[in-house]
Write a protein that binds this ligand. Structure first.
Ligand SMILES: Nc1ncnc2c1ncn2[C@@H]1O[C@H](COP(=O)(O)OP(=O)(O)OP(=O)(O)O)[C@@H](O)[C@H]1O
Ligand SMILES: [Mg+2]
Length: 200
């Protein structure tokens, strides 16, 4: 399914590039060249994400493990976004910091892109588990789509702002770290994604 969807998704930037090349041949405008470079970069990112998803799919453990200060990592990522508040406890776990950074970034991207500000992030420690919640003030994900959004390339109807790989990667990364990712709305936070990770 990943392969079939991936081939389909790669067609969109490819056909834009094809069109750009034709336009550029007819009229060598530097703006067309800039657009082409952007489309190529986007295609490159998409391929990188598809490859990562397929690599993680067959991995049994995180590729590289080290002691990760998750609170520091989450704080660094939150600092890249405007208007995000973090309420966190100290959590240090064995994991792959590059993947965990990506997990946090994907969730913050989603909150910003699909949700509404303000964005709240909570990091809690419950015994041998850490739980990371990313909450925004939007409507959240409807009950009927709560599992599907974790499938590769699944987007809510009409949502064409991204490829639909972000949450699939979030879940894969969480599972590789002995946990999981779920859409977990709360009465005070209808738009809330929770990631659980194993600490010990
Ligand atoms: N915070 C949120 N609020 C509302 N809808 C969301 C939120 N996060 C995700 N979604 C919905 O879930 C879909 C899947 O999210 P996912 O991160 O997998 O893909 P994407 O953001 O569309 O693309 P990508 O992350 O690959 O750039 C989104 O397209 C969006 O419709
Ligand atoms: Mg996303």
């Amino acid at each position: 399914m990943l392969l079939a969807n991936a081939s389909h998704e790669l067609r969109t930037p490819l056909s834009r590039i094809r069109l750009g090349v034709e336009l550029f041949e007819a009229k060598p405008d530097p703006r067309i060249k800039t657009e082409l470079a952007r489309d190529i970069a986007e295609l490159d990112d998409l391929i990188e994400e598809i490859l990562l998803a397929s690599r993680l799919d067959i991995a049994a453990a995180p590729p590289a493990t080290e002691d990760v200060d998750l609170l520091a990592l989450v704080a660094e990522e939150c600092a890249h976004y405007k208007g995000v508040t973090l309420d966190g406890e100290l959590v240090v776990l064995r994991g792959d910091s590059r993947l965990l950074r990506r997990l946090v970034r994907n969730l913050l991207d989603n909150a910003q892109r699909h949700g509404r500000p303000p964005i709240r992030v909570e990091l809690r420690r419950n015994g041998s588990r850490a739980s990371l919640s990313v909450i925004d003030a939007g409507e959240g994900i409807p009950p009927s789509a709560r599992e599907q959004v974790f499938l590769p390339f699944h987007r809510l109807r009409g949502d064409r702002k991204g490829a639909g790989l972000g949450l699939a990667l979030v879940r894969q990364i969480a599972r590789l770290h002995g946990g999981d990712a779920m859409v977990t709305p709360r009465p005070d936070a209808p738009s809330c994604i929770v990631v659980q990770l194993r600490i010990a």
